[in-house]
Design a binder for this molecule. Sequence first.
Ligand SMILES: *[C@@H]1O[C@H](CO)[C@@H](O)[C@H](O)[C@H]1NC(C)=O
Ligand SMILES: *[C@@H]1O[C@H](CO)[C@@H](O)[C@H](O)[C@H]1NC(C)=O
Ligand SMILES: *[C@@H]1O[C@H](CO)[C@@H](O)[C@H](O)[C@H]1NC(C)=O
Length: 153
Amino acid sequence: MVSFKPLAAAALLAQVSFASPALSTRAEGVHLFNCRPSSNNVAQTWQSLVVYCANDSDCGNPGYNPSSDNVCVKSSSGTAWNYHIWEGGSQSCTFPTGVKFSWNISSNAQAQPNYSTVGKGSNGYRSFTGYKDDHGAAVSYNSHSCEKIYYYL
Ligand SMILES: *[C@@H]1O[C@H](CO)[C@@H](O)[C@H](O)[C@H]1NC(C)=O
Ligand SMILES: *[C@@H]1O[C@H](CO)[C@@H](O)[C@H](O)[C@H]1NC(C)=O
Ligand SMILES: *[C@@H]1O[C@H](CO)[C@@H](O)[C@H](O)[C@H]1NC(C)=O
């Protein structure tokens, strides 16, 4: 029987490693972006977007182009650099899927250090914690380049 023990252990390990990809969770995130036209050939709109990423790290990737179902246009302006004011009391944006994301951000959030906690969020299914982001480059959407302002995990 002793000779079977290593086999049993190997079988158990194989089972565990086979199961782990299904068990690992892809951490989702919701990002608030300010996006500017990336060239003179595209619509000259300055947009503030709420973007959902099932895999949160996608939302920080300038090469990532989220699908329109995962983008909620909070504001779109023909006036250069005219973005939505994210800070203040309760705000929300309803995605094309009908999911509404609600959030609040302290009015002095931009004066806080990067990655500070700035408020709360909810998609109706669970609550999120909001953080100040570092204004680095993020996703491209609809020929616009997006800048990271806040994110919710
Ligand atoms: C999430 O995306 C990153 C790159 O953006 C990738 O490295 C990682 O493997 C992805 N994770 C999952 C679970 O898909
Ligand atoms: C956000 O709302 C929560 C309750 O939903 C409240 O506890 C918190 O103080 C609010 N924060 C801001 C910055 O408005
Ligand atoms: C946030 O990070 C960016 C990019 O690294 C940096 O330029 C900026 O000064 C930081 N802001 C604060 C408030 O720390």
